[in-house]
Ligand binder design. Structure first.
Ligand code: ZN
Ligand code: ZN
Length: 357
C-alpha cells in the first residue's frame, strides 16, 4: 500500500480475502488501512467470520458486505479530509474483479476529492510466492490428483460415457475429502480429444483413439491440476510420433523452469520442440499458468511473457497438440520453482499408456 501510495484498500476478490484473513464465505469485503483491517460480511456469515477470520475486526452489517464497507469508507475518508489532507486520499479497488456497477457504487461512497485507483494486482502479486504452509496444501492436492488417475484408468473402456469416467474420479475425490474439483473435469475421447477444453460429455468412448484426462481437486482451499493422455486400442506410428513430440516438448519446458528464467523462455522451450516436429500449428494455447487458491493465477507461461520465475512459485507445464477431426494430446504437471531449479510435484508416469479393452 505504501508503494502504491494508498490510504485505503478495498479487497473484493474472495480468494484474496481468504488469502489475507482466512475467511472463506461467499460475501465479503476486506477494508485495509495502513494500520488496521476490517472484514465486512452479512448476517449469514456471522458465526463463520468469527471462527475463520484472523487478524481483522469483523463487522456484520444489516445490508450487504459492500454497503457496510461503503459506509466505513465514507467515514474513514471524511475523517482524513477533516484532518486537512483532502485531495490526497487514494483508495485502491480491485477493478479486475468487480463490475462497473460496483466500482461506481464504491466511488459514490467517496468524497469528490478522493481518487479511486486500480489495485487489482496488489494481492495477486503477494500470492505469486507460496509459503511452506501453502506448499504443503498444494502437495496434498496434487497427490490426490495423482491417485485419481488410477480411478480414471480403471473406468475407461470402449462404450463408457466420458461423464462416467469423470463421475468415478469426482466421487473418489469427494470421498477423500476434496471440497470440489478445481474445474469441470475434462475427459475427451477419440475425435473429441482435439478439443483443448473438452469437458466430459455424454459421448461414449470409441474403441480406438486418444483420451485426454485433465482434472484437479480443491483440498484445504488449494487447487491441483494435471493432464494425462492415454490411448485406447492399438497406436499407429503417427499417434506414437505425436505423443513423443508432446512428451519431449513438456520435458524441454520442465528443464527450462528455474529462478531467473522468464515465462516466455519456458513457453518457447516447449514450442520450439513442436516447431521442429512440424506440429507447432496445433499447439494453440499457452504452456502453463500459476496455481494456488485459484486454478488460474499469475504468472502466465505464454509467448513473450516477460515475468521472471522466482523460488516459491507454483506453475503448470502443459503443452499439447490438437489435430481437428483426428485427436489431441496434452501432458500437464504441476511444478514448484525451487532455489536451484524446480520440483515436479505431479508424480504420475508419462510414458504412453495403451489400454486394450
Ligand atoms: Zn489442467
Ligand atoms: Zn492447467
Amino acid at each position: 500500500m505504501v508503494g502504491a501510495r494508498l490510504d485505503l484498500l478495498l479487497i473484493t476478490h474472495l480468494p484474496d480475502v481468504r488469502y489475507l484473513c482466512g475467511f472463506t464465505g461467499s460475501a465479503a469485503v476486506l477494508g485495509v488501512t495502513p494500520n488496521s483491517a476490517t472484514l465486512f460480511t452479512d448476517g449469514r456469515y456471522r458465526e463463520q467470520a468469527r471462527s475463520e477470520a484472523f487478524g481483522v475486526k469483523v463487522v456484520v452489517g444489516k445490508g450487504s458486505a459492500l454497503t457496510g464497507a461503503g459506509a466505513w469508507v465514507g467515514r474513514f475518508t471524511a475523517n482524513i479530509s477533516g484532518q486537512g489532507e483532502a485531495g490526497s486520499i487514494r483508495v485502491g479497488c480491485q477493478f479486475d474483479s468487480v463490475t462497473v456497477a460496483i466500482r461506481d457504487r464504491v466511488r459514490a461512497f467517496l468524497p469528490t476529492s478522493a481518487k479511486l485507483v486500480d489495485a487489482s494486482l496488489l494481492v495477486p502479486g503477494l500470492r505469486l510466492i507460496k509459503d511452506a504452509d501453502e506448499l504443503r496444501c498444494i502437495r496434498k492436492a496434487v497427490k490426490l490428483g495423482d491417485d485419481l488417475l488410477g480411478v480414471a484408468l480403471d473406468a475407461i473402456r470402449a462404450g463408457v460415457r466420458e461423464s462416467e469416467v469423470a463421475a468415478a474420479m469426482e466421487y473418489e475425490a469427494r470421498k477423500r475429502g476434496a471440497e470440489g474439483m478445481s474445474f469441470p473435469s475434462i475427459v475427451a475421447a477419440g475425435a473429441r480429444s482435439a478439443l483443448p477444453h473438452g469437458v466430459a460429455s455424454g459421448a461414449r468412448i470409441p474403441r480406438r483413439g486418444f483420451v485426454v484426462l485433465d482434472f484437479g481437486v480443491i483440498l484445504a482451499g488449494y487447487c491441483s491440476d494435471m493432464t494425462r493422455t492415454v490411448h485406447l486400442g492399438r497406436t499407429t506410428a503417427e499417434s506414437r510420433n505425436w505423443y513423443g513430440a508432446v512428451q519431449a516438448a513438456q520435458q524441454a519446458a520442465l528443464e527450462a523452469v528455474k529462478p531467473g528464467a522468464s515465462c516466455g523462455e519456458v513457453d518457447e522451450a516447449a514450442r520450439s520442440v513442436l516447431r521442429k516436429a512440424k506440429l507447432a500449428e496445433f499447439f494453440t494455447h499457452s504452456t502453463g499458468h500459476g496455481v494456488g487458491l485459484e486454478i488460474h493465477e499469475m504468472p502466465r507461461i505464454g509467448t513473450r511473457q516477460e515475468a521472471v520465475l522466482e523460488p516459491g512459485m507454483v506453475i503448470t507445464i502443459e503443452p499439447g497438440i490438437y489435430v481437428p477431426g483426428r485427436g489431441g494430446i496434452r501432458i500437464e504437471d504441476m511444478v514448484a520453482v525451487t532455489r536451484k531449479g524446480c520440483e515436479i510435484l505431479t508424480r504420475s508416469p508419462k510414458e504412453l499408456i495403451e489400454l486394450s479393452r
